[in-house]
Design a protein around this ligand. Structure first.
Ligand SMILES: Nc1cc(-c2ccc3ccn(Cc4ccc(CN5CCCC5)cc4)c3c2)n[nH]1
Length: 239
């Protein structure tokens, strides 16, 4: 999998050389390239922004640098196998399902906006050439797309076959199909007693049936408490 990042702060992506992602890059699972959008400007100030047409607060990212960067990084011919991701507060929700879809893609280009966003024609142009995903991480406002691109990267790459040491742990996660969309149960490890707090006895019983029931009951309880939106009517009836 090849990952490209276009940003005026490419240094954000130095972190991708660390930890698991670093290992994936080393064993050739993932190739990561960060690009400075200002490399495709031609004025002395390396200008990437301008005032919004129609007025309004803040600045908007000019389309020209993006177009020239696309030509060089991706190419000038349409190719639907290239997936271009624009993090945006007004994007579609980024979910585990989207992460899963992207994990089988050969190439992803992350376009990280700043200011108040990117001239919309950049996204329209990208849609005419490649497969575009305008995605939101959630209902809160970041200062740019870089942190979102890092989060999306981690969610996607960990699903790439051969990346995670223990694929079983992926199967049991929240938000993955296996758990009926329920939240994960609480986890414990040794010591059994810690600062007066003990591991639930059932988990030390060795009785796998009781353990499985305790975990499911906890998942249902937590989901009802914290995420009523995940417990649609028949799910709650079923549990
Ligand atoms: N899930 C999530 C994603 C983001 C995100 C992603 C990319 C960019 C690029 C620039 N910004 C800053 C930004 C953008 C829009 C407004 C809202 N303004 C209202 C009127 C015009 C615009 C404020 C501030 C990003 C934010 N934030 N949260």
């Amino acid at each position: 999998m090849r990952l490209d990042y276009l940003s005026i702060f490419p240094g954000y992506f130095d972190v991708l050389g660390i930890s698991l992602l670093g290992k994936a890059a080393v064993n050739g699972l993932v190739d990561v390239y960060a690009h400075d959008l200002r490399d495709w400007t031609h004025d002395r100030h390396r200008t990437v922004d301008d005032t919004p047409c129609g007025g309004g607060a803040g600045m908007v990212m000019k389309p020209d640098p993006w177009g020239e960067a696309f030509d060089e990084i991706i190419g000038t011919e349409p190719d639907p196998s290239v997936h271009v991701v624009f993090p945006s507060p007004s994007g579609e929700p980024f979910t585990q399902s989207v992460a899963h879809d992207l994990s089988s893609v050969e190439r992803i280009v992350f376009c990280c906006g700043r200011y108040e966003g990117i001239d919309h024609r950049v996204i329209d142009y990208a849609r005419s050439m490649w497969t575009v995903h305008e995605v939101s991480l959630g209902d809160y406002v970041l200062n740019g797309g870089e942190v979102a691109a890092l989060a999306i990267t981690e969610a996607v790459v960990r699903l790439v076959p051969g990346f995670m040491g223990n694929p079983q742990s992926l199967a049991e996660e929240s938000f993955s199909a296996g758990q009926d969309g329920l939240l994960e149960y609480p986890l414990f490890t040794r010591p059994v007693s810690w600062r007066g707090l003990d591991v639930p006895e059932v988990l030390m019983s060795g009785h796998h049936g009781r353990i499985a029931k305790w975990r499911r009951d906890e998942s249902i309880r937590l989901t009802r408490e914290r995420r009523p939106d995940l417990t649609d009517s028949d799910v709650s009836a079923r549990h």
